[in-house]
Design a protein around this ligand. Sequence first.
Ligand code: FE2
Ligand code: FE2
Length: 276
Amino acid sequence: MSGQTLSEMAVEVLTTAEGRAKTALARRHAATWFAARAEGRVIPLGRAAPPMRPARPAEPALLDPRDVPRRRPGSPQGRIALLHAVAHIELNAVDLHWDILARFTDIPMPMGFYDDWVKCGDEEAKHFNLVCDCLEEMGSHYGALPAHAGMWRAAEDTAEDFMGRLAVVPMVLEARGLDVTPGMIAVFEKAGAESAVAALKTIYAEEVGHVAYGSKWFHFLCGRHDHDPKDVFHTLVGKYFHGALKPPFNEEKRAEAGLPPDFYWPLADEIPKRSR
Ligand SMILES: [Fe+2]
Ligand SMILES: [Fe+2]
């Protein structure tokens, strides 16, 4: 394949609309990147202009979050709706990670940053495929239900601010995934939905890595500029994230991912309960 730069690969993922086609391309480009790295070669980063909004399939219809029907996870239809929402988050995550790879190439970073982010972009594609497989097994598919329209907002708000993007996407949004995924796993365990449980467990394990990469490179950039990471994090989340962080937090997994409590508790909408 190829001769494509990493930025060109990323833009190709972003401008591919259909979900499975987007994820197939993401996985193929990631494999090409890592095959070159294994041979001791580096694919040039290049420069390419990522679109302000990624291409997306004609369905699902994107609605204001207030207009997306509420779901009751106790019923099969409710579980389908829950997985559909997860699929939508994963497809958005594919675009978010490949967007970072193309958008901020003017900021010099060690090669390990690109390795980490290509791995994230590959894993999100895998997550989307896994969740789509589960939906199809349950007689549905991605696109069958409406989905939230607002998910790309974090990317637009931080399109010019690399550290803002790292603060909001991996360290707030993906960290939130660590808080809520165990509850989702319990819902599907109760229903005996084995493949959904397995998919969500894979997602849960790999998302710890995504938050950790965010925290690692956020700290790296703060260190480069001799800034206090906690203060910079609070400033950037205040600037770009709309609303307070919602406890309960998964403090154990957040710690595993390099996010200490003094980063997120001061931004929470309740006072911490000192139960331990
Ligand atoms: Fe994911
Ligand atoms: Fe992720």
